[in-house]
Ligand binder design. Sequence first.
Ligand code: F6P
Length: 491
Amino acid sequence: MIKEELQGLVRNKLKDYPFVVVSNREPYIHSWVGEEIKCLRPASGLTMALDPVMQVCGGTWIAHGSGDADPDVVDKEGKIQVPVEAPRYTLRRLWLSKDEEAGYYDGFSNQALWPLCHIVYVKPIFRQKDWDTYKEVNRRFADAVHAEIGDKAAFVFIQDYHLALLSRMIKERCLNVITAQFWHIPWPNYEAFRICPWKEEILEGLLANDLIGFHTLYHCNNFLETVDRVLECRIEREKYAIVRGGHGTSVRAFPISVDFAGISDRASREEVAGEMARLRHEYNLRQEFIGVGIDRVDYTKGIPERLKAIDLFLSRNPQYEGRFTFVQAAEPSRVHVEEYKKINEEVDELVEEINWRRWRSRWKPILYIKEHLSPVTLIALERLANFCIVSPLHDGMNLVAKEFVSSRIDGDGVLILSRFAGAAREFTDALLINPYSVDDIAQAIDVAVNMPEEERQKRMSLMRGIVQENDIYSWAGNIICEIAKFRLPVS
Ligand code: F6P
């Protein structure tokens, strides 16, 4: 879908009703760098995907203001027009105290719900105090929505697992509101979910929504099954709907995507060519084969297995020594959480150990760039690579895979992709791997570096066609068409 079509759809379907998006993460973060305020884009698939949609739809996005310079650039309601250089919508920032952040974000969201939903053998931690703070912060978000729309009829689009109770709380405050929620991470099966001590309240909170979206039908089915086993309600399986206490919730799959045209266009610009040259020069990236991985440092992303696979590939194919570099771009993430400290250390040590064992002269096999990289640098890296490894142990979708494909305007490059990422359902032309199997990944690297150009081009062209057809505007368009089926009273 093209931007203009989405614009027409929004006008036609949402009319003049206010449109409010709510998420934990904000799309633009203002930070002090020395004496200057800089505006950064966070490493978040969610915000990267939704920002172009909001630029087309307009409206207000409410999110946690997490930058140290955020308070310095907003008005008295916490608002700022973004993107700053060409404003298209309003960002309304909500401030959280350190204790609120610790309990709601580091605590319940990222130590309980995140491991609970991903099932990668990291135990969820359920602390009563975190849960209480999570509820309190959801209430604060509900107050912010109420302050924004008052008693007006409005559409509210809630994002992700940080805000499972929000819809219910909004509906206690605002009478004329339709809410939809998109759950960006996997929804586990009942056996996994049942250990959550507050499962009933979470499900009740989510069922206040008129529409709930997941990336895949598999997650929709898991959700229906979980609700069926936990709550008294009527499940209408053929309609993918749940009725509880007279209120109906539709459950649908909407595989999220990226701004294919925007990324392709950017990839063709001079600034990306310049950045590719800079990277080649600065990091001495002149080898015959370049592989790339781009991730937040998270234990769900399968980074250690990937690095071990590089090592194994080189052991099996010593002829590639000196001719091959793997660039791992890593954005530190959730750094106050113990499991994230551990994965950081594990990756640091592994890179150091492999490089120490294998380096010679000016060459080492792994280039580890652990810092925040701009969208231009990321596209440049994607364009430099012969192959990209996206190997999460479990992922709702994984937008790096879709960004890689969108950036390959040359139609070349091989994608090595985990079978357990939502993206694998669409990208059957990627080299699909079991991310737990170091052997399997090493074998795929071998196939990638030996793949004939014609086959690479064929596979890439099919994958580009899929993302072009199902881009972020069609994702938003499909959700908006579904939301618009719920009639709002005139305010
Ligand atoms: O995958 C879930 C998710 O919330 C994404 O939507 C987002 O890209 C990522 O995690 C970022 O996490 P955080 O906001 O905690 O940095």
